[in-house]
Each structure stands twice: as C-alpha cells, then as structure tokens.
Design a protein around this ligand. Structure first.
Ligand code: GLP
Length: 251
C-alpha cells in the first residue's frame, strides 16, 4: 500500500484549491448524491468558491450532495456568526442551493453534548457512510479537531482545543472576542471509515505538519499521520506546504 495514493503539488495555494475542487467535481459528477465529508478553515474557501463557479458554469450540480462536516465549536451553533455551521451555510450550502436537511454538522449547542457524538455517528451510518472526506490540516497536524494525543480509535466527541489551535483560529473571531476552547469533532476512526480521503494543505505554516503526516511513522503526536493506515488518500499541496518533504515525494 502506498501513502498517499496520489500526491499533487501546485505552484500556488489558489491552484491547489482548484485542483482539489476539480477532484471533488469529478466525484460529484460520477455520483450526484455522493456523501461528502467537508471541512472548514481558510484553506477550504477557495475550494468552495471554485465549486460554486463550476456550478454556475453548468459543469457540476451540487444540489443533490449530502454533506457531513467534521466539527464545530462547543457552545456555537447556526445562530452564531463564528460557528462552522454558519460558515458552511455562507460559503457553500446556501449559495449552492443545497437543502439544509442534506447538510449535517455536529451541533455545538446540543442540549447534551456528550450524546451528540453518538447521534452524529448514527446519522453518518444512516446515510450509508462517507464516500469522500475532504480534510484540511492544522498547524500541529490535527485533522478535524483531533488534536495531538487523539487516538486512532477515537469517534465523534467533545474535545479540548490545543493552545496553538486557539491562537491560529483567533483571526476568525472579532478582536477581543473569546475563542472557544472546546469543540465537537468527528474522531480519527470516523474519518478513516470514509471510502476516500482528500487532504488539502497550503502555505509555509503547514510545511512541518505535512512532513510529519507523510514522512513520520503514525503517532498521536501528529493525528494526520494515521491517514497512512487508509488505502485511498489523495494529498494536494502548494509548493510552500511541500517545502519540507523529501525530493523523492516532491520532485
Ligand atoms: C480548523 C478545522 C480544521 C482545519 C483547520 C485549518 O482547525 N477544525 O478542520 O483543517 O482549521 O484551518 P485553515 O485552513 O484556516 O488553516
């Protein structure tokens, strides 16, 4: 088994986003009712903008997809400006015209957060499982909000955010606002059950995490390194994110 199954390196972050969008569009065209696992973060904005542009040009129909997002902040929900639920509605679901009943995301405002993980896992199972999971990479190698220390058998649950993650994500909150310190995230085992995985990472800030993911043995120090246990992973990088991987992988 090779890991990753495919590795593509674009010159720029914008080109990498286009590459990832093209791969998603191809998968959607092959199966319009595909179950997609989706991610938030600055890296994904270009991907979603490209998918919307492709839909406007008549190249892809996003309206029949079923989406399961990786995570949301604990305490924030669709009513909150900074929740991932609101972000996804703004950058993809609403402009694409996807019925909200097909758009799933862990409910950060669930009455009983401890039970939300089980509810979410059951919803994924009821949908037939995730066909293709899109993943970004945290600066510390997290996937979803599975921070270093997360176990490969972890499932959707409440997690504590790493101090580095809180600092990195502060830019998405108004100055002076409290950044949540906990989240509900799909687990690593949940992610590994997806039939295919597409990782997108761009920028020099991700270069160390990319190197740990691709070149170090699987370890809880870098949760993304557990992706090597999956047989169908595609990785798309820009030059800056690929700067610390070896010449054999990144010619
Ligand atoms: C958050 C999300 C991750 C995402 C990461 C990267 O932490 N939970 O799923 O990969 O952001 O964010 P960015 O793309 O803004 O660097």
């Amino acid at each position: 088994m090779t890991f990753p199954h495919t590795l593509r390196i674009a010159e720029t972050a914008a080109e990498a986003g286009e590459m990832a969008a093209a791969m998603l569009a191809e998968a959607i065209a092959a199966r319009p009712s595909i179950v997609l696992g989706l991610a938030t973060g600055g890296t994904m904005r270009g991907v979603y903008a490209s998918l919307l542009a492709r839909q406007t040009r008549g190249e892809v129909d996003l309206t029949q997809i079923c989406a399961f997002n990786l995570d949301d902040y604990l305490g924030l929900g669709i009513e909150d400006e900074q929740s991932y639920a609101t972000e996804m509605r703004r950058v993809l679901f609403a402009p694409a015209g996807i019925d909200p009943r097909r758009c799933h995301i862990p409910n950060g405002r669930a009455a009983d957060p401890a039970k939300e993980g089980d509810r979410y896992e059951a919803a994924i199972r009821d949908a037939g499982g995730i066909d293709l999971q899109l993943l970004g990479l945290g600066v510390n190698g997290h996937i979803g909000f599975n921070e270093p220390g997360s176990l490969p058998q972890s499932r959707t649950r409440v997690v504590d955010l790493a101090p580095q993650t809180i600092v990195h994500n502060r830019k998405h909150f108004p100055p002076g606002a409290d950044v949540p310190t906990r989240a509900i995230s799909m687990g690593i085992a949940t992610i590994l059950e997806a039939r295919r995985i597409l990782v997108l990472a761009t920028g020099a800030v991700k270069a160390d995490a990319v190197s740990a993911m691709l070149e170090r043995p699987p370890s809880t120090d870098c949760p993304a390194s557990f992706l090597s246990r999956h047989g169908q992973v595609s990785v798309v990088l820009d030059r800056a994110a690929a700067a610390r991987i070896g010449p054999v992988r990144a010619p």
